[in-house]
Design a protein around this ligand. Structure first.
Ligand code: ADP
Ligand code: ZN
Length: 305
């Protein structure tokens, strides 16, 4: 049997990253499509995959990791829709509908961050880690959780970016958080735009010694400690644009240890902390490779049944 071709889509608020890949994690062809209106964006996505199919061969499955919130309840009428997103024009969007009209194959679908967690679990820094948490800190903050290697959904799906954390005294010119829903939730305080807004300049412009990073490490560590105590993860992967600041990793690890204050002895939280809080092994490709992994799982499920 020929190696199957899987279509992967990382659906983001700025762009849709599209690719064709194989079950060993190789990407054959990739394309970026701007996120405009659902009609236009999805038309271009369909056109790309029709072209890709002509060039490379029949697509066997799709994997889609998307911004949300998403409806992931199998029995819901709006199953697999984007629901209450703040992104204008994208509320209640049937993302898969137009694709399914053109491609009659199995579809895997999950949040962008559950998908990135799956990519890291399959090929990256999260191999053999259970539970695994993947958090991205960029334009927003999002987190995915895998338990037994499967994305956690539950009543909704994890929305780690909107955790409330304790207030700390801040020297920021604008100390309050900017989340339109919660003000000072973690996204409201330390996403890229939150840093820019609260500290008065783009996050990438601050040198490593700037006090904004000490505050960042404390606030993020508060969130990570709460997650660690709740979910007992074996590893936490931190990705996204802001985490390109590599000096943050040792600061965050130290803060997590300081806040835990020796409660529970665990190798992962002591000498092993360098392997507990880590950057993505797949770099900025975690999302698209995660979508590929979702597609592979969808194909395997159909083949097993
Ligand atoms: P998105 O979240 O839109 O997918 P990114 O993960 O690249 O995209 O996040 C973009 C945000 O990350 C912006 O707010 C930007 O200011 C911030 N950012 C990007 N690169 C850096 C960097 N090297 N240092 C600090 N912040 C950065
Ligand atoms: Zn919020």
């Amino acid at each position: 049997m020929n190696t199957p071709l899987i279509a992967a889509i990382e659906a983001g608020g700025t762009k849709f990253n599209c690719a064709l890949g194989t079950p060993d994690g190789e990407l054959e062809i990739t394309e970026r499509i701007a996120t405009t209106t659902p009609e236009q964006t999805l038309r271009e996505v369909v056109a790309f995959f029709e072209y890709a199919e002509k060039q490379h061969g029949t697509i066997s499955a799709f994997g889609v990791g998307s911004f949300g919130p998403l409806d992931l309840h199998v029995k819901s009428k709006t199953y697999r829709f984007i629901t209450t997103t703040p992104k204008p024009g994208w509320q209640n969007t049937d993302l898969l509908g137009p694709l399914r009209k053109h491609f009659d194959v199995p579809f895997g679908f999950d949040t962008d961050v559950n998908s990135a967690a799956l990519g890291e679990h399959t090929w990256g820094a999260g191999r053999n880690c259970d539970p695994l948490i993947y958090i991205t800190i960029g334009t927003g903050i999002g987190g995915g959780v895998l338990i037994d290697g499967k994305p956690l959904h539950g009543a909704l799906h994890p929305e780690i970016g909107h955790l409330y954390i304790p207030q700390v005294i801040s020297n920021a010119p604008q100390p309050d958080g900017i989340c339109p829903f919660h003000g000072s939730c973690i996204e409201g305080l330390i996403s890229g735009p939150a840093i820019t807004n609260r500290w008065g300049a783009p996050a990438e412009s601050f040198p490593p010694e700037h006090e904004c990073w000490g505050e960042f490490a404390t606030l993020l560590a508060l969130g990570l400690v709460n997650l660690t105590l709740t979910l007992s993860p074996q590893r936490i992967i931190l990705g996204g644009g802001v985490m390109h600041q590599a000096h943050l990793f040792p600061m965050i690890r130290e803060e997590v240890q300081r806040l835990l204050n020796g409660y529970v002895y665990l190798h992962e939280l002591a000498d092993g902390i360098g392997q507990f809080i880590v950057p993505p092994g797949l770099g900025d490709r975690a999302g698209i490779l995660g979508a590929l992994a979702l597609g592979i799982e969808a194909l395997n499920e159909v083949r097993q049944n």
